[in-house]
Ligand binder design. Structure first.
Ligand SMILES: [Fe+2]
Length: 266
């Protein structure tokens, strides 16, 4: 059952019950080969912050969304969207990033009509604020916004059940996870989020993180349940691991956070 939210008439709807019945007929080996029905998918990369940006589109209706765009690549992304004949309706973030400035603000000026989207709990300004369970529709496809706090309070994982894929932001990385020692970080919450919201998805769901630092592009629920060196541990062991990472102060955080608090609006 779907219930429409009154968000300026936009195509964001609240789902009251999620029943992911769709079975994927194809196992995808890499992002490059995903092409099913009218679904378009492209993974893009920023070498400075090792951030992945994703374009998802419906080739039938030409509606598309961008997930986690980076400011320095807004021109690249806008050009690609136009070349492909898409109309960008949403520029979305999985959370308020600390390691780069989001490209959502610039994309709004480059592609008029685009709305910025982020989780309400992020505290960042945007045209649309999402809550747990909200649906973001583009053409015949939809993303379910699932609240997965821990790296930050406002972290969302975007799940496309129709394509058996999820965009985990920094909540779950390939064989890793986002750090929990700044913003509203909480190791306990991140562990609970992953185990209750991501590891409960079917094993074959492909997971696309916000970053990778070792050259990998995607993973699956089954792989991470088996091989993630942190999240296969007990909660107590996981908290100890996160408490003793001794990571350096994030070099972009003082510049990125103030910009990202408002970037979705200009
Ligand atoms: Fe992050």
């Amino acid at each position: 059952m779907l219930q429409k939210l009154s968000l300026s008439g936009l195509k964001v709807v609240k789902k009251l019950c999620i029943v992911p019945k769709v079975e994927c007929g194809i196992r995808f080996l890499s992002s490059a080969v995903i092409k099913r029905q009218n679904f378009f998918f492209r993974q893009l990369f920023d070498t400075v912050s090792s951030t992945y940006t994703y374009i998802l589109g419906d080739m039938r209706t030409s509606e598309a969304v961008l997930i986690d765009p980076v400011l320095e690549h807004a021109e690249r992304d806008a050009t690609l969207v136009k070349e492909l004949g898409f109309k960008l309706i949403y520029a979305m973030n999985t959370h308020m990033h600390a390691d780069h400035i989001t490209g959502t603000g610039k994309l709004k000026t480059l592609l008029p009509g685009t709305k910025s989207v982020i989780g309400k709990a992020s505290g960042a300004q945007a045209d649309i604020h999402l809550h747990d369970g909200d649906l973001v529709k583009f053409g015949d496809y939809q993303l379910t916004a699932v609240s997965t706090p821990g790296h930050t309070n406002g972290c969302l994982t975007y799940i496309c059940h129709q394509q058996c894929m999820a965009f985990t932001g920094d909540t779950l990385l390939i064989r890793g996870c986002g750090r929990t020692d700044f913003q509203e970080g909480s190791s306990e919450r991140l562990y609970q989020s992953v185990h209750s919201k991501i590891f409960t998805l079917p094993d074959h769901y492909t997971l696309y993180p916000a970053h990778d630092y070792k050259g990998q592009t995607a993973t699956t629920v089954g792989e991470e349940k088996k091989y993630n060196p942190r999240l296969t541990k007990t909660l107590k062991e996981f908290v100890h691991i996160m408490d003793t990472l001794n990571l350096p102060y994030p070099k972009m955080i003082d510049k990125a956070l103030p910009a990202n608090r408002v970037c979705g609006l200009y």
